[in-house]
Design a protein around this ligand. Structure first.
Ligand code: HPA
Ligand code: ZN
Length: 326
């Protein structure tokens, strides 16, 4: 459509993207074959038939087992490189990409294997695509704080390859404050901080309050529930914090896209950004997320320009690099 061409043509930053969530079925088959790993499904259609998500938990139950095909540094490189080529064609000129080292170290893949493969793709994106790509290391919140701290320590030799740290996976019963010491240490090491506050999770507003007042994050992933609380909206605006919203993802893991909430926050002047989250699973890369929201909420082209501009404002680019895009 014209709208898709417009959204694709907008230079934009992607700030909420899980590299493991970019594993398309075709690449999954290729890696399984390369590594001699048997799969339960034999066709792309069969794989897609398993993408039957009703909430975050049912999504994660499909998401983690799929990662077994990722074994070598080349595999991690190939995954990130495939995403970066697609993102570049989609108008993404800067990507801050989440990765989940514990989803791999917990099944015996060394940390160094994961990060060296991802880093090679990030460097290649700059030189071959002109896309600047950074890594954000996420801790899995359903594992212990001790395991998160050990992972942070393992990452310190690679400090310059990682721009920030995040928190993802199953939010139920795993509040931000469980990881307060880990994030305090990460801040002291100079990492930017962000955390998922997934939509409609139990304790959502309380979790958002914790990330703002106890963790003092630099950004919030999702965070759309903040719309319920004017005091927290005011705080986010005052600090100029970005919210990384993911409309198509929302439509899979909640009962709707949450477009009213996203647009209300945007109209109030919160730095709302639009992102794809796990595009291989939700079937929509960045531009398609802009279009889905625009069609649902009847946004103008000027609104889409504002959302793209917000993506740079909320990024962790240096002020000088940011200015090149604004
Ligand atoms: N929420 C929590 N964990 C995740 C997500 C998400 O949106 N995507 C991948 N892991
Ligand atoms: Zn996410």
């Amino acid at each position: 459509s014209d709208l898709l061409a417009f959204a694709t043509g907008l230079p934009k930053a992607e700030l909420h993207l899980h590299l493991e969530g970019t594993l398309e079925p075709e690449l999954k088959f290729a890696l399984a074959e390369r590594n001699g790993i048997p799969l339960d499904q034999t066709s792309v259609e069969e794989v897609k038939a398993t993408y039957d998500f009703t909430d975050l938990t049912s999504f994660l139950a499909i998401y983690y087992p799929a990662m077994n095909v990722l074994q070598t540094a080349d595999d991690f490189h190939d995954l990130a490189w495939a995403y970066l080529q697609r993102a570049s064609a989609d108008g993404v000129v800067h990507a801050e990409m989440f990765f989940d080292p514990q989803a791999h170290t917990s099944r015996g893949v060394p940390f160094e294997t994961v990060i060296s493969g991802y880093r090679r793709a990030a460097v290649r994106a700059q030189s071959e695509l002109g896309v600047s790509a950074e890594l954000i290391m996420c801790f899995l919140r359903d594992f212990s704080a001790e395991y998160a701290m050990a992972t942070l320590m393992e990452a310190l030799p690679y400090r310059s390859w990682i721009v920030g740290v995040g928190l993802d996976s199953d939010e139920r019963g795993n509040p931000p404050q469980k990881f307060a010491a880990v994030f305090a240490r990460a801040k002291a090491e100079g990492f930017f901080l962000t955390m998922h506050c997934d939509i409609d999770q139990p304790g959502s507003i309380d979790h958002i309050r914790q990330v703002l007042t106890e963790i003092e994050v630099d950004r919030i992933d999702h965070g759309t529930n903040i719309v319920e609380n004017p005091e927290l909206v005011a705080l986010v605006k005052e600090r100029g914090l970005g919210l990384t919203c993911c409309p198509v993802s929302n439509s899979f893991v909640t009962e709707q896209m949450k477009s009213d909430e996203i647009v209300a926050l945007m109209r109030e002047g919160v730095r709302v950004t639009i992102n794809s989250d796990d595009p291989a699973y939700f079937g929509a890369y960045a531009s398609a997320n802009y279009v889905a929201l625009a069609e649902q909420a009847d946004l103008s082209l000027a609104d889409l320009v504002l959302l793209a501009s917000n993506s740079f404002e909320a990024s962790w680019l240096t002020p000088r690099r940011r200015a090149e895009y604004l």
